[in-house]
Write a protein that binds this ligand. Structure first.
Ligand code: MN
Length: 185
């Protein structure tokens, strides 16, 4: 079964949050910029409450074409957990400069994550990768995150509704009988 992503209304700057069942289950933040996806790995996921700070490990830029990918990867099963668009604050509009300075203020217009966030670069690294923090601002969306953590309330894929186990199962399943026959012969 070919599973098509839907509901991702990408605009000028695409945003995606992947859920990645690797050695440790974690989330991956992707922000489209300059023909690539800026990427941070979130070992504990995004914060569910205002002012809650979460670790965000800077990763190499990812190809834009991968933004909707859901399936098996050599590192583990990948789910498209949330998607939408993002927009820098006016003071972070020069994104290259903001990345160099190590502070990026932005708004997420996701299906699950909404409102304002700050990424701040720290002086520490993990395996030579810069460590940032991701903080949810106090805004109209923050309270609902506190009372109902979307990570727990809405754990499945935004595009297909599948769990990690279902994505894994579908990936291993022969696509149709024809393919099954090819495999058998
Ligand atoms: Mn990952």
């Amino acid at each position: 079964m070919e599973v098509e992503a839907h509901r991702c209304a990408f605009g000028e700057r695409a945003y995606a949050m992947k859920k990645h069942d690797a050695t440790h289950l974690h989330y991956d933040l992707r922000l489209e910029w300059n023909e690539v996806l800026l990427s941070w790995a979130l070992p504990d996921g995004p914060s569910c409450g205002a002012g809650v700070i979460r670790k965000a490990i800077e990763m190499e830029d990812h190809p834009k074409a991968n933004i909707l990918f859901e399936g098996e990867h050599e590192t583990g099963t990948i789910m498209l957990w949330d998607c939408g668009t993002w927009k820098p604050y006016p003071e972070s509009a020069d994104i290259e400069k903001s990345l160099r300075k190590g502070i990026l203020l932005f708004t997420l217009h996701g299906e699950k994550l909404k409102g304002d966030w700050t990424l701040t670069k720290t002086n520490t690294t993990s395996h030579a990768r810069p460590i940032w923090t991701l903080c949810k601002h106090v805004d109209a969306f923050a309270e609902s995150y506190t009372s109902k953590c979307v990570l727990k309330e809405l754990p499945n894929s935004i595009s297909t509704g599948r769990t990690l186990e279902e994505i894994d199962r579908d990936w291993k399943r022969p696509k149709d009988k024809h393919e099954l026959q090819i495999r058998l012969f």
